[in-house]
Unconditional design. Structure first.
Ligand SMILES: [Fe+2]
Length: 383
């Protein structure tokens, strides 16, 4: 923790969330801490004006109508182009900073020996990359946060510490990226629970690889899982993931669902309902694809235990899944040829310079002293 205290520029004086004047609606849900382990239900307090995606929403007159109808939406220009370009530059510099031979101007240097570990799906999960300053700056971009504030009708949000995507074209040095159509939500917990997002940072046309979504799949989710409940399950490490089998894909097609690869400009925010089937495609061109996954949820959906676990993840500079309540936390130990990567990093190269908004998104300001943080410790973290 000392490194965090001495090096982060947390310039905030966040106030405790004022829940007294918030009109509450109460929904009881279950959640799962790990495969096979069910934990007590958390009561969700959602604003009555939060988007519901259940047929009862008003006409919003913006991208939220797309989200309700299709299960996904593109928020154009959530980040101004010049800022998006700077973030992409920082991401290229981060890759080159390993000094393994990768050169952004020479695609022949795209090779696993010259790069940190990146999966065939473009995911970079270790090296504390999720806490690099560029990632936190993107999470705090007003146009990104405000999209989630609109959906949940609250400014009291927390954000995931999810993967960073470095998708390079024509890779033959790593396994092929095969489709893994899935939804990121437990089928036993229906309804709109989570809005996922990613910020696109490079030009991304129809053939450039990236997110592909099943249009309208969210509206058929309950019916699908009821009718397909006896279909053999694809193994998953968490109940908050469900993979679509070939039969499942046929069911979606038979019910008129079409798959759509989303195109985007640098700075566009792509959003999708966690029930919407999706996966990502590799590029068919020479265009790389960079993206930061950004998922926010109302802090009211998280327990104090969740927030303490989330704080610990931040202090250890490790990641989470897309679920911001940090039920699952990651590791910074990447493997290279079966061994721990000698280039592993356990803290960011450029530690996040947080402002009041980003600090609130860590969830730390919402931790009650009696939940495990003393006033002295809280003060030290903020300084
Ligand atoms: Fe997903």
């Amino acid at each position: 923790m000392s490194s965090r205290r001495s090096t982060s520029s947390v310039q905030s004086n966040p106030t405790q969330p004022n829940s007294a004047n918030r009109t509450m609606s109460t929904t009881t849900t279950t959640t799962t801490a790990a495969a096979g382990q069910t934990v007590p239900l958390k009561v969700n307090y959602r604003s009555p004006n939060a988007l519901k995606a259940d047929g009862s929403d008003p006409v919003y007159g913006d991208w939220r109508d797309d989200l309700v109808r299709d299960g996904f939406a593109v928020v154009k220009g959530a980040i101004a182009r010049d800022r998006a370009d700077k973030y992409a530059d920082a991401m290229y510099s981060w890759l080159e900073g390993f000094k393994l031979g990768f050169d952004r101007n020479d695609l022949s240097t795209v090779h696993k020996d010259k790069l940190p570990h990146i999966t065939e799906k473009g995911m970079c999960l270790q090296y504390a990359v999720t806490h690099e300053d560029f990632a936190w700056s993107i999470r705090g971009e007003p146009g990104v946060v405000e999209a989630f504030e609109k959906v949940y009708d609250t400014q009291d949000l927390i954000v995931s510490f999810d993967a960073v995507n470095f998708g390079f074209p024509n890779r033959t040095d790593i396994p092929k990226n095969v489709p893994w159509p899935h939804q990121d939500q437990d089928p036993l917990l229906p309804g709109f629970r989570c809005l996922q997002g990613l910020v696109n940072l490079l030009p991304n046309g129809p053939k450039d690889g990236g997110l592909i979504v099943c249009k309208g799949g969210h509206r058929l989710s309950e019916q699908f899982h009821e009718e397909m409940k006896d279909e053999p399950k694809i193994p998953a490490w968490t109940n908050e993931w469900f993979g679509f089998t070939e039969n499942g894909m046929n069911w979606l097609a038979d019910h008129g669902c079409e798959w759509e690869k989303l195109s985007a400009e640098p700075g566009d925010l792509l959003l999708w309902d966690s029930r919407t089937p999706h996966y990502n495609l590799s590029s068919e061109t020479t265009q790389p694809r960079f993206a930061i996954y950004t998922c926010y949820m109302p802090v009211a959906d998280a327990t104090q235990e969740d927030l303490l676990r989330k704080k610990d993840a931040l202090e250890r500079w490790v990641g989470t899944t897309h679920w911001p309540n940090a039920r699952h936390t990651g590791s910074n130990v990447a493997k290279r040829d079966g061994e721990d990567d000698p280039h592993n990093r356990f803290e960011p190269v450029n530690k996040p310079r947080m402002n009041e908004r980003t600090f609130k998104l860590t969830g730390i300001p919402y931790i009650k002293p009696e939940a495990g943080m003393s006033a002295v410790e809280e003060s030290a973290v903020r300084s």
